[in-house]
Every structure is written in C-alpha cells, then in structure tokens.
Design a protein around this ligand. Structure first.
Ligand code: 6GU
Length: 228
C-alpha cells in the first residue's frame, strides 16, 4: 500500500511513524508512506499557503494553488483509489472504514489547518472526508496519524500471532475481554482461576462472556448497531 500525506507540518509525523507497528510495516515494505510539504508547492516568493477569507471573518484559509499543485503533481505520477481530507465535519471514522481502506492500493491524505481549506479543493479533488471524533483538533495531522495507524496494522503480514488484529475490540462489534499476565497473585489480587485451568474451551467461553458483558455495560450502542 502507498500513502501520500499532504501537510504543512511533515515533522509532526516523524515520531509516530518511526516506532512500533508502523515502523515494522515500513521496514517490511508492506506500506510506503510519503510526506509532502504543501509549502513546497506555494507559488509566491514568500511560500505563502494561507490567506484571509472572502466575505470577511476571523481565521485564515488554506489557499487553493499550493494544494492543487501538490495534488496535481501526485495525480500525474499515480492513480489514487481515494483522496481523503481530514476534517472535523467529515464522516465519523470507524473500524469498518479502516478495514475498507486497508484493502486499497494507493491513497492520498490531505491535512488541513486554520479555518480549513478553500472549498473548491473539496469540490474538485476530494473523494472522502473523514473526522476521527466529535472534538476539534488544531489540524488534520494527528487525525491522519490515527487513521494511518488503524489502517496499516490491518495490512496482511504487519501483525503476527502475538499482535493479531482478529481479537481487537470493535472488529466483531465487541469490546475485548480483560487480560492478565504473571504473577497470578499480586498482593492478594488474583487472576481469575479459569484462565489458569488449561481448558481452552472453558477459557474461550469465559472470554466471550466477559466481552459481551463488558460491551453491554460500557458500549450498549455497539450491540444494537449491526453495521457500524
Ligand atoms: Cl480529521 N481534523 C481536525 N482538525 N479536528 C478533528 C478531526 C480532524 N477529527 C476530529 N477532530
């Protein structure tokens, strides 16, 4: 899979993309992530990327030319399955969408800032608009990092048996059961006896029960929505 991320803050991605699962996926060549600095595509000598909005009002808007130039440059080299704009007024991101995007070959992700981007970019280039939750971030970068992590970990070969995505919370609309490791008794706080029994059938039944119970208590909305 190839991911092209358009941003005015490429350095924000360095830490998150050079550790753990995303780093492993890059090292194994299961994903190629390219960061593109929108400022490199600015047309004036001051490398300006934002401007006042028509009609007045506070807050700057990201200009159409640098973004259109950057998108045009990339579209001239590759065909994209989706061109995503990260925005708080987009479609609410969920596991089902992460599963879908993990099946695509090449996507572009545009990170906005300030009051947003010139609407004509959205009308003419963007195929999907995504929000990661009902709260406001200062820009799309951290949302793009969240999106990338959730998609890349699903690519075949990225996770191994120890880190398998199959038992993730949400993958089957159930939260994960509680987990424990050594010691079995810490200051009198004991691990549930069943987990020490060695009986796989009893253990998997217990885990499913705990998953259902935890989902009913914490996220009853997941039990009623069958396609979320
Ligand atoms: Cl994608 N961007 C911004 N700026 N804020 C958000 C968001 C995205 N998703 C939730 N809040």
């Amino acid at each position: 899979m190839q991911l092209d991320i358009l941003t005015i803050f490429p350095q924000m991605f360095e830490g998150p993309f050079s550790h753990s699962i995303i780093k492993r996926a890059k090292d194994k060549k299961l994903v190629e992530i390219n960061l593109h600095n929108i400022r490199d595509f600015a047309t004036d000598k001051h490398k300006r990327v934002d401007d006042y909005q028509y009609g007045g009002g506070s807050g700057m808007v990201m200009m159409i030319e640098p973004i259109a130039n950057c998108i045009g440059h990339l579209k001239g080299k590759n065909a994209y399955d989706e061109i995503i704009y990260m925005t708080p007024d987009g479609e609410l991101f969920n596991q089902k969408m992460a599963n879908y995007f993990s099946t695509t070959k090449r996507i572009m992700i545009l990170c906005g800032h300030y009051k947003g981007i010139d609407e004509r970019i959205r009308e003419n280039y963007i195929t999907r608009e995504i929000s990661i939750g009902n709260y406001v971030l200062s820009g799309g970068e951290m949302a793009a990092i969240v999106f990338t992590d959730s998609v890349v970990r699903l690519l075949p070969g990225v996770l191994n048996d120890e880190t398998s995505a199959l038992s993730d919370s949400f993958q089957d609309d159930l939260l994960s059961p509680p987990v424990y490791t050594r010691p079995s008794d810490f200051r009198g706080w004991k691990v549930p006896e069943i987990l020490l029994s060695g009986n796989d059938k009893i253990i998997s039944d217990w885990r499913l029960e705990r998953s259902i119970e935890r989902t009913r208590i914490r996220r009853p909305d997941l039990l009623s929505e069958q396609d979320g």
